[in-house]
Design a protein around this ligand. Structure first.
Ligand SMILES: CC(C)(COP(=O)(O)OP(=O)(O)OC[C@H]1O[C@@H](n2cnc3c(N)ncnc32)[C@H](O)[C@@H]1OP(=O)(O)O)[C@@H](O)C(=O)NCCC(=O)NCCS
Ligand SMILES: CC(=O)OP(=O)(O)O
Length: 332
């Protein structure tokens, strides 16, 4: 575990938040809960059947976790009514809300929505679309944001690029084929995530297979337009594009392909043109470069709900919980 993650945990510990782990009946999640409680940086709510969770814990100490079963909890009726109020305009009926709220993802989101928890983490079992849909439908976007997007915090070992191997990669989890307006918003949100979690100055590269017009296509234009739009919206932000990945992070290549750029060769926030590139890109770096990969974490949501890859480890879950706590602190 990196020094960076130790720092995030220390920050989390200083103002302890309560995080729902919706997939309480899942061994890696239980393992993560035990680690988090031992390290003392979050209060944990596990959702699921108490005796099942306790028997799965099998020697792990989760005695300080609160366990809530949506099938039997005294909160279920109230949270179901709340869900109905939120979704009735979209055609949800009271009976449908009463049933839906028993789904751990919706129950967890409603705990966050009603202030009983500060954030939620799930996705070790559920697909991203399910985790995201439940939170987008209930918690919704932060007041100053239209587009929720999903980033990864990547920590590449023995790497001289970015911030000594630390990067924000985005969007790797949510927006499939963003237009240039959405891509510009994703870039600006990602720069804020970098600033609040990593610290220091974000340098944002809008990635493409082209650098400064070296290739021509509609997709290249989309990325270039997104870069122009983002510069208009955030003139003080160091942001450039379109740039190829080597021009974005390798100084010697940057000096050949984009010598006048104040981002090329130094980028620490990498914005992928679409979800194919972002999702494949983060998994390549995670698996081949053995990077720590925390996410996909949301940005632009009113309260933090963060996803996981189904391939995650207990350490990944514990790390995402720590980052969720810091996001919740930043939203206070
Ligand atoms: C997340 C996802 C399911 C949302 O899809 P969707 O079809 O828009 O879902 P819904 O129509 O049910 O939308 C739910 C709500 O979220 C809102 N929403 C969807 N995407 C949003 C975004 N990026 N930002 C803000 N709000 C968003 C919708 O407007 C809708 O609001 P409303 O119902 O209150 O009007 C979709 O973007 C998706 O599947 N993304 C890919 C996820 C994935 O497979 N990732 C790969 C592995 S990480
Ligand atoms: C982020 C991601 O790719 O999630 P999964 O591996 O669960 O599809």
């Amino acid at each position: 575990m990196s020094k960076f993650m130790d720092k995030i945990k220390e920050t989390a510990r200083a103002d302890k938040k309560t995080i729902v782990l919706a997939e309480g009946e899942e061994r890696r999640t239980i393992d993560a809960a035990a680690q988090i409680l031992k390290e003392g940086y979050a209060n944990i709510i596990l959702l699921g059947n108490e005796s099942k969770i306790k028997s799965m814990a099998d020697g792990l100490d989760i005695s300080e976790a609160t366990i809530i079963d949506p099938d039997t909890s005294e909160l279920t009726e109230e949270l179901g009514n709340g869900l109905y109020e939120l979704r009735k305009k979209k055609g949800m009926l009271p009976a449908q809300a009463a049933e839906k709220v028993k789904d751990v993802l919706y129950f967890g989101c409603m705990l966050v929505k009603t202030g009983r928890a500060d954030g939620m983490v799930a996705g070790a079992v559920h697909a991203t679309a399910d985790v995201m849909r439940s939170s987008l439908q209930t918690i919704k976007t932060a007041p100053d944001t239209k587009v929720v997007s999903a980033f990864f915090l990547m920590m590449v070992p023995d790497c001289e690029y970015g911030n000594n191997g630390t990067f924000v990669f985005s969007d790797c989890g949510l927006n499939e084929y963003p237009d240039s307006e959405k891509l510009a918003e994703i870039a600006i949100s990602s720069s804020k995530s970098y600033k609040s979690l990593v610290g220091g100055e974000p340098k944002v590269a809008m990635l493409s297979y082209s650098t400064y017009g070296s290739a021509k296509s509609e997709q290249v234009d989309l990325v270039k337009n997104a870069a122009d739009k983002a510069k208009e919206l955030a003139p003080d932000l160091k942001l450039d594009g379109e740039l190829q990945l080597d021009a974005a992070i390798v100084p010697s290549v940057a000096s050949l392909k984009a010598p006048d750029s104040d981002v090329a060769g130094q980028a620490n926030v990498l914005i992928f043109p679409n979800l194919d590139a972002g999702n494949i890109g983060y998994k390549l770096v995670q698996r081949l470069a053995k990077a720590e990969a925390y996410g996909p974490m949301t940005q632009g949501m009113a309260k933090p709900v963060n996803d996981l890859s189904r391939g995650c480890s207990a350490e990944d879950i514990a790390g995402v919980v720590a980052i969720t706590c810091v996001q919740a602190q930043n939203q206070d």
